[in-house]
Design a binder for this molecule. Structure first.
Ligand SMILES: [Fe+2]
Ligand SMILES: [Fe+2]
Length: 231
């Protein structure tokens, strides 16, 4: 428990530092938005699409997932538009470490495929719920840093407008995915669901520090390149 808290604080501190460094550097900002684009178009959308494609999800769930997928597409458009303003035209493909994390999550969940009466849709939705919760943390952290800057400078920041709009949706997504999971599982399956969610969170956490250090290093490199150009 203490290790987990230390790990969470380390990731948060490293990322906050990188986010602060990115302010005023178009390259660093664009790079960060590109990471968000990966999570919108790969992690979040793939998880929602797979849940939607699972054997016969109930109609209420299909409708919910369709609405969320439309939001994710809108988020991607907002991010691409802001990246274009920053001078970054194209996004690179998902990096190997992010693909490895998705693979480990799928592997950790495989033993639960037959554990729920509602079917494998529960497992897929649990993965989607984790990504939505991660999105809330990620965008919330960035908005916190940008709003501090806005208060100090007395001016609004264009990236903050984008992040604010996305965060409001992600909060709704995280809540509705968690509520949908509760609705899908039977009372006697709640312990298995808690176990499954913990497994997914453990894989997510285990990549946390490595991903945060990579995020910091790339942000610092981009910020330095922009400062070098400006001086
Ligand atoms: Fe999103
Ligand atoms: Fe989302």
């Amino acid at each position: 428990m203490i290790m987990r808290e230390l790990q969470r604080r380390a990731v948060d501190g490293i990322k906050r530092h990188a986010l602060t460094m990115s302010i005023g550097s178009p390259r660093a900002e664009a790079h960060i938005l590109e990471e968000y684009l990966w999570s919108e178009e790969s992690a979040e959308s793939d998880a929602l699409r797979q849940t939607l494609g699972a054997a016969a999800p109930p109609r209420w769930l299909s409708k919910l997932l369709d609405r969320q997928l439309a939001d994710e597409r809108r988020h991607a458009q907002l991010l691409r538009a802001r990246m274009a303003e920053l001078g970054a035209a194209t996004a690179r493909p998902l990096p190997a470490i992010a693909r490895a994390k998705l693979w480990w999550i799928e592997r950790a969940c495989a033993p639960y495929a037959g554990s729920f009466a509602a079917g494998p849709v529960v497992v897929l939705l649990a993965i989607a719920a984790q990504f939505e919760a991660t999105g809330v943390r990620m965008f919330g952290r960035h908005l916190g840093v940008l709003e501090e800057h806005e208060r100090a400078s007395g001016a609004s920041h264009p990236t903050a407008e984008v992040v604010r709009a996305i965060l409001a949706d992600e909060r709704r997504h995280a809540k509705s995915c968690a509520a949908a999971l509760e609705r899908l599982v039977l009372d006697e399956e709640r312990a298995a669901l808690a176990e499954l969610r913990e497994r997914i969170a453990t894989v997510d956490r285990s990549f946390g520090v490595t991903l945060a250090l990579g995020f910091w290093a790339l942000t610092a490199t981009n910020a330095l390149r922009d400062r070098g150009r400006a001086s």
